[in-house]
Structure formats: C-alpha cells, structure tokens
Design a protein around this ligand. Structure first.
Ligand code: HEM
Length: 395
C-alpha cells in the first residue's frame, strides 16, 4: 500500500480538495456515483515516522476512540520511558498492518484502513521528577468556567491514545493491543468513541456535520496559517508536536429540534443547508462580521458563535478543530453530543481566552453543556530507529 505523507485538511478532517485524496479515494470519487455503494474515500496507510504524528492534521476517518490512562503509582519516569518504547514498536507494526508485538490476533490488522495512533501526555507528567522543566509552553489545565458541568469520568488523565481509522474493527483491535501492553504501567481512566463523516454521497471530501445538523469545521485554518497556529517548531523535545484540548459537550437535541431554522442559523451565524455565513451564499464565502441588515442589525448576531469564536474577535487567536459526534446509551437513556477537539501551540495563549469569551455570552451555550475536559501534549512523530518522545526522557 502506498504511503501518503502529503497532508491536507479543510474543515473537521475533510481533505482539502481532491489532491489530498488517496488513490483509492480518487477511484471512489469518480467511479462510485452511479448507485454503487460509497466507501470512505481515504483508505490510507500512515507512517508514524513523519515530523508530526498522524491523526492531528490528517483527514478524520470514520471512527476515533480516545483513551485516557492514569499511571500506576509504581510507574516512575524510567518505567514511563519503557512504555513509550513498547508502544512505539506496537504503533510501528499496527499502523503498517502487521499487528502488535506478540499479538495473538495479528490477522485483524490491515494496511489501508487510515489507521492513525496518536499518543500524548497529561499535565501531571510534568510534575514527575526530572520532567518539570520539560512542560510545553502554555500547557496548563483550563480554568473552571461558568457553564462547566464537568464529570471526572470524562475528564483528566496522565496519558492519552487517539486511535482513528476507516473502520471500527481496526480501532478496537489497535486500542486493545495498546491497552494490554500498557497494563503494568497504567490503567484506563476513560474511553470516548466518536464518529465523523468527512465526505459526500459521491465519496468526495466535504465538511462534516455535528449532531445539531450544522456544517462544522469550515473556519479551520490551512497551510501556513495552520502551521503557525498548531505546530511547535522550537528545538525542544516537542518539535513537530502540538497541544490538544478535548471537551465533551452534551447537546440538548430535543430542545434544539423545536427551534425554527431561522433561530438555529442565527445562533451560529451560518445557514444549515451548506454552512454559508449569513452574509453570503456558499460555504467558503468569507464571513463578514461588519455586515448589517436593513434594520441596522448585525447579520452575524452579536452573540453568534461564529462571531465570538472568530480570530478577529480574539486578537487573531486560531486553532485547528477536529470534532467527533458521539451517542452514549446508559440505563436505557441516550445522550448525544460533540467531542470538541482543538489543537494549538499554546493552550493558555490560544484556547483559554477564547473559551472564556464563549463561556460568557455564546448563544450556543443554551443547548450545549460541557461534561468533560482534558488537555494533552503530543510530541512529534518518531524516527524509524528511535521511539516516541525519546527526547523528553533525555537530560
Ligand atoms: C458543542 C459545542 C460547539 C458546537 C456545536 C460548535 C459549532 C460550530 C459551528 C457550526 C461553527 C461554524 C462552522 C465552522 O466554521 O466550523 C463553529 C465555528 C467555530 N467554533 Fe465552534 N462549536 C462548539 C464549540 C466550540 C468551542 C468550545 C470553541 C473554542 C474553544 C469553538 C471554536 C470555534 C471556532 C474558532 C470557529 C470558527 C470561527 C471562524 O473562524 O469563522 N467552538 N463552531
């Protein structure tokens, strides 16, 4: 299977045009529009040996499971480094489709499933002996917010693994291998699985929709703007890495469904048909925060989510968002929501101020409740003859 090192992304993981599709994707886009079943257009095989770990700016495949672990009290820094070496071997083999080390079910592993495995560290890691000076810039927990209804079961953790693929079998298998190999070092704190559709009926890349039905991801940066917003490019152990916030929002779909479409569109400032800003007609039309209607009112309302989250309202602060829809059944009750994921160079510098602004006056707050929160530091990819975050453990 060909390895695609080119990265492209528009929206929440929909690749930035046909050029970013894999060969199989081009095939799907051009040959499957005449009634044949549509498959996810990706079918890639990623390498963990790039500057950046896969699973951050690579297009979001169908399924992602995020697992947070707590270190066992017996796991010191030396043991943590041992776990990173063991996981690196697993990741190398799993992403290539060869199964894990000593994996009794290695035939479940397959290349071409767009499998990415992304590993990160929680804030407590930087309180371990010898690691305090290695804390990435601005890597601090999110302060308590007015609208928080956070639950421990969806929050915090010492280590995170994001396993994403075109199909659930690949995700379940890879996650099981990694969790099994971590068992002597760490225990699972929480698991969250989400899904995203980053393509349309013809298999062509398209911005996905959250469970409110909104086109979600349009305003994401790309190219150099994305690079500047997301990647650490200094000479520390974090080179090629980034930091991430995951907030689990419960969405009140039942009440949302009772609003008029006009009201729903006003809340975000974009239409529901194609995600166009209310001052335009196509998804990619520039959003105009100054436009006024004939009554002198802002077309994008003062408390509209797109206005309050926009870089122009936040001293230019930008982030790369990568959302995942979820449904969760418990005791016969279904809850639905969005696993809101954002990547930035600095949580404190780029994310906290935007969150605080949204917390105060975002119109969306009425139907969304944050029930989980965590922050993570992701190192870059690792060389074929090295291992994940190796420089974190070197003096
Ligand atoms: C349940 C919670 C949320 C929902 C349903 C939601 C939904 C949306 C939608 C529909 C858009 C417009 C389309 C687009 O540009 O992607 C948008 C834009 C955006 N959202 Fe959210 N969002 C949520 C939470 C957040 C949070 C917590 C943040 C920040 C920490 C955030 C930051 C942004 C940004 C930066 C934009 C792009 C603004 C622009 O440049 O035009 N969102 N969101």
């Amino acid at each position: 299977m060909t390895e695609f090192s080119r990265r492209g992304l528009v929206g929440y993981g929909a690749a930035g045009g046909v050029a970013a599709l894999g060969v199989a994707g081009l095939f799907a886009a051009s040959h499957e529009s005449a009634g044949a079943p549509v498959v996810s257009p990706q079918r890639r095989t990623y390498s963990p040996h790039e500057l950046h770990q896969a699973g951050i700016d690579t297009p979001a495949p169908a399924i992602t499971t995020v697992v947070a672990y707590d270190l066992r009290s017996s796991t010191d820094v030396v043991a943590l480094a041992r776990l990173m070496r063991s996981w690196s071997s697993d990741i190398d083999a799993l992403m290539a489709g060869r199964g894990g080390l000593g994996d009794p079910t290695r035939e479940m592993s397959s290349a071409g499933m767009s499998l990415s495995i992304t590993v990160g560290f929680g804030p407590r890691i930087f309180t371990l002996p010898g690691l305090a000076a290695k804390r990435p810039e601005g890597f601090l927990d999110i302060p308590t917010l007015r609208t928080d209804k956070l639950l421990a079961r969806w929050s915090g953790g010492d280590l995170v693994v994001m396993v994403a693929a075109d199909d659930e079998t690949s995700v379940a298998h890879a996650e099981r291998v990694l969790t099994r190999d971590a068992a002597t070092f760490a225990t699972v704190r929480w698991r969250q699985t989400g899904f995203w559709r980053g393509y349309d009926a013809t298999g062509a890349p398209a911005t996905g929709r959250n469970l409110f039905g909104q086109v979600d991801g349009t305003g994401n940066p790309s190219g150099e703007t994305l690079d500047r917003a997301v990647w650490v490019d200094d000479d520390t152990w974090m080179r090629g890495g980034t930091t991430m916030m995951l907030r689990r929002f419960q969405l009140n779909l039942d009440v949302w469904d009772t609003l008029t479409r006009e009201r729903q569109e006003k809340v975000v400032g974009r239409n529901l048909v194609n995600g166009a800003p209310l001052n335009g007609s196509a998804e990619r039309d520039p959003i105009d925060l100054t436009a006024k209607d004939s009554d002198g009112q802002y077309v994008i309302a003062a408390n509209a989510h797109s206005r309050l989250a926009h870089p122009d309202s936040n001293s230019g602060r930008r982030m790369l968002r990568r959302g995942l829809n979820y449904v969760h059944d418990e005791d016969g009750v279904r809850t639905s929501g969005l696993m809101f994921i954002a990547f930035v160079r600095s949580i404190a510098g780029q994310l906290t101020p935007v969150l605080q602004r949204l917390d105060q006056s975002d119109a969306l707050n009425e139907w969304t409740t944050p029930i989980g929160s965590s922050v993570w530091a992701f190192p870059g990819g690792f060389p074929a003859d090295g291992w994940l975050a190796q420089r974190l453990f070197e003096s």
